[in-house]
Design a protein around this ligand. Structure first.
Ligand SMILES: Nc1ncnc2c1ncn2[C@@H]1O[C@H](COP(=O)(O)OP(=O)(O)OP(=O)(O)O)[C@@H](O)[C@H]1O
Length: 357
């Protein structure tokens, strides 16, 4: 069980000794964070960013980029090798207990006990976090409602689906009403419906004023939820901004065109696309099956390009226009594709109304 339980005196940080120095009101302030593991692996290097209170902040990166390491430093489970980190105004080295009291942490692996019911799991978390006895019953009912598990409250967690377990785990991270919650890849491996229900829950707690720090491998997830993002690759921040900013750096939508005829046809098609006048600032690359064109007007003028390719004697066997993915953001920022990112495993988009409620 990976959980940071306080002694029950937690809650909003109101400025005690070594407390937050208002008026900055930063939930997280990292300056030059460096973390080197015992075996010499430099997991995080010179990471600098801040998260104001109330923000829904996304920390995005491929496998092994350094997301979990960073979250563990913020949650005081790892001590930084270098730099300064303040969480809710408290220094993670000097005031780790105060940090732990003021945060919730949902780790990648769920920490619920399968033999306990949903209600008992939350009850157990209330005891671990020192929630006053008189408050517990109301808090448990409220959290069961919030994560939509009231009807299953007295079922053992071992009977739950993966998504239900994740929702229960998220509820247990919130029993002490922390002002800041860390969510480490909370939806990896979940189907789109389960993912959507978790998204609804995260939005609900953020609407109540809770600052959220979310790590994810999926641009789509960050795009749906986050006010602002930082992108980490190989332990270093490579981009920061709103989801719209990042997608703007990609330069538009991506038109994927499949072609008959091998490499020669792909290169001819790429040349046609580069000379095509319908796009401003298009980026064109050859792919395994044809070409990819990224352009601000890919949706409006994509079919015109298909006609031009046909006029040039090329045979188009398929095409698709899609929104940029994390891989496209990486390509635009670093000029390289993301290692270790399986785009096919990215979350499918399901409109909120389609979610299984
Ligand atoms: N205990 C450890 N000892 C040595 N190296 C480690 C340890 N934990 C992680 N690393 C390495 O540190 C780097 C960052 O790992 P980290 O788990 O922070 O990445 P991540 O972005 O969270 O990845 P994932 O998406 O796979 O969870 C990787 O190179 C990883 O192999």
């Amino acid at each position: 069980m990976e959980r940071t339980a306080g002694d029950g005196t937690g809650g909003r940080t109101d400025g005690t000794e070594s407390g937050p120095d208002d008026p900055a009101r930063l939930a997280i302030d990292a300056d030059g964070l460096r973390l080197v593991y015992g075996d010499g692996t430099v997991a995080v290097e010179d990471v600098c960013f801040s998260v104001p209170e109330g923000e829904f902040f996304g920390f995005l990166g491929p496998n092994g980029a350094g997301k979990t390491t960073t979250i563990k430093v913020f949650a005081t489970l790892l001590s930084p090798t270098g730099g300064t980190v303040r969480v809710n105004g408290f220094d993670v080295r000097d005031a780790s207990r105060k940090v732990r009291e003021s945060i919730g942490y949902m780790a990648q692996e769920t920490s619920i006990d399968p033999e306990l019911t949903a209600r008992e799991n939350i009850q157990f978390a209330c005891e671990a976090y020192g929630v006053p006895r008189g408050d517990r019953d109301d808090r448990i009912d409220e959290l069961l409602d919030l994560v939509d598990l009231a009807a299953e409250a007295d079922k053992r967690a071992e009977e739950f689906s993966g998504g239900m377990k994740k929702r229960l785990d998220a509820a247990t991270a919130l029993v002490h009403e922390p002002p800041l919650v860390f969510l480490d890849e909370p939806t990896t491996g979940l189907d789109p419906k389960a993912r959507n229900r978790l998204w609804d829950y995260f939005r609900a707690i953020n609407d109540r004023g809770t600052t959220i720090f979310l790590t994810t491998q999926y641009l789509e997830e960050a795009d749906q939820l986050c006010d602002r993002l930082a992108v980490i690759a190989n332990g270093e921040i490579v981009a920061e901004g709103s989801p719209t900013d990042l997608k703007r750096r990609v330069g538009g939508d991506v038109l994927e065109i499949d072609l008959d005829g091998g490499r020669d046809a792909r290169e001819r098609a790429a040349a046609v696309a580069r000379e095509f006048g319908g796009f401003d600032d298009a980026t064109v690359e050859t792919t395994a099956d044809g070409i990819g064109v990224t352009a601000g007007t890919a949706r409006q003028h994509g079919t015109d390009l298909l006609v031009r390719l046909r006029d040039e004697g090329l045979t188009v066997t398929g095409f698709n226009v899609r929104a940029p993915t994390l891989d496209d953001v990486f390509l635009a920022i670093t000029g390289d594709h993301v290692d270790g990112l399986d785009e096919a495993s990215g979350p499918a988009t399901v409109a909120a109304g389609e979610a299984d409620r």
